[in-house]
Design a protein around this ligand. Structure first.
Ligand code: C5P
Length: 231
């Protein structure tokens, strides 16, 4: 049996990771794992359990007990927490903030990484996106991308995205939030956001989604062709 083909996509929030991972998974008919939504589900479980995020042990216990499942095809990925669809609930501002905090706890990361490895190694291949996929979860991934963009551009994207959902949003606050999350992601002791040595870095600030997708598909095609000729 051939081993699964693993594509790792890392980068800060608003860099285009989710959109491009979804498009790639669909185009290549691979499983799609949005690891950020797993940390978001933990944050929601913590909130529901009434646990204080400063109590690392209690948060880790919630993470271990929570049943988190990602279901459906890439275009309509459903996130289930203990059997219930929480896809909408995990997108609130509060959960976004809490997910960034609970993801700094090493025991939480250990549990999520374990689950991500389990999902990633069953099936014919997978596209995973997150912050530590190419560095920690699958350092042996077949292709690694690191997507990035200027903070102002990422804030603009997030702002446009959220404005459809709510009037209660302001660009300056969105930018401040992006900067705060970047800082927490990049400075945490355990698995900080970092560019894997062998990752292909794409700055999406001035590129269209189609341009980035084309570039990624080219790289994947070359990598696959190289692997076939090695076999
Ligand atoms: O990607 P998304 O914004 O949905 O992720 C939510 C939070 O989970 C991020 O702010 C980040 O701190 C954390 N995260 C992480 N490692 C991952 C994916 C997400 O620490 N692999």
């Amino acid at each position: 049996m051939t081993r699964p083909f693993i594509i790792a996509i890392d980068g800060p929030s608003g860099s285009g990771k989710s959109t491009l991972s979804r498009l790639l998974a669909r185009e290549l008919n691979l499983l799609y794992v949005d690891t950020g939504s797993m940390y978001r589900a933990v944050a929601l479980a913590v909130k529901r359990a009434g646990v204080d995020t400063s109590d690392a042990q209690a948060v880790a216990e919630v993470a271990r007990r929570a049943s988190i499942q990602l279901e459906g095809d890439p275009d309509s990925l459903q996130v289930r927490l203990d059997g219930r669809d929480v896809s909408e609930e995990i997108r609130t501002e509060e959960v976004t903030h809490t997910s960034s905090v609970v993801s700094t706890i090493p025991e939480v990361r250990r549990e999520m990484v374990r689950q991500q490895r389990e999902v990633g190694t069953c099936g014919r291949g997978v596209v995973l996106n997150g912050r530590d996929i190419g560095t920690v979860v699958f350092p042996e991934a077949d292709v690694k991308f690191f997507l990035t963009a200027l903070p102002e551009e990422r804030a603009r994207r997030r702002f446009e995205e959220e404005r459809v959902r709510t009037q209660d949003i302001n660009y300056d606050e969105t930018l401040a939030d992006i900067n705060a999350r970047d800082r927490r992601d990049s400075t945490r002791a355990d698995s900080p956001l970092a560019i894997a040595e062998d990752a292909i870095v794409i700055d999406t600030s001035e590129l269209s989604i189609e341009d980035v997708l084309r570039r990624m598909l080219e790289v994947i095609g070359e990598r696959r062709a190289g692997q076939e000729s090695d076999d």
